[in-house]
Design a protein around this ligand. Sequence first.
Ligand code: PXP
Length: 236
Amino acid sequence: MRLGVNIDHVATVREARKINEPDPVAAAVMVDLAGAYGVVCHLREDRRHIKDRDVYFLREIVNSHLNMEMAATGEMEKIAIDLKPDMVTLVPEKRQEVTTEGGLEVAGNVDQLRQTVAKLRKHRIVTSLFIEPDIKQIKAAARIQSDYVELHTGRYANCQTERARKDELEKIQAGAVAAAKLGLGVSAGHGLNYHNVQDIVKIKEIEELNIGHSIIGRAIFVGLERAVREMVELIK
Ligand code: PXP
């Protein structure tokens, strides 16, 4: 299974002081060196962590795989088409949220999302839709011809009981199987850490995991290279 490391929270620390360090671009170099498959960043409409300058530098220095998360807005489409990340992951975005809450409503926005996906694919950008492991959303993602879906693992990660955790895991497993059967590439992410990732790794339809907070959090204590290597080991 491939690991994409989300480096947003390096920028979060930088923005706590509004200065120029720590630089997420430097983090991306370390992530590459530590053996991750790629780098993930989320350019938010409010630019609360990753900035335009970051994504352009990242495009220059990431030789592996750059996955840019963004909302499906006209502004972001323009940036993506100019930047040409290897992959764009479309996510829902609310200004007030602390982090992405829940998956994208694809089934209810088929026409708009179909256009965004078509534009990006025309520019040879691989598309992914961040969705709940819900059959209605998965079918809609296939209908609008996205290349990938990223299944939201946040609910699984937040479960308080073993029973609830097992139920959520089954939903992710069933979602991954259904998506793969429909010809979609499957990734997963949100809230995954060094403990809860083990059961997700067993789902063989999932090709890629995108993990940020737990890796950047561990990096404070053990260094970024070791934190990435430990996760690469766990999921391979
Ligand atoms: N995938 C998507 C679509 C996300 O929005 C995020 C958070 O930015 C992640 C994965 C990574 O989540 P976490 O930081 O909880 O590992």
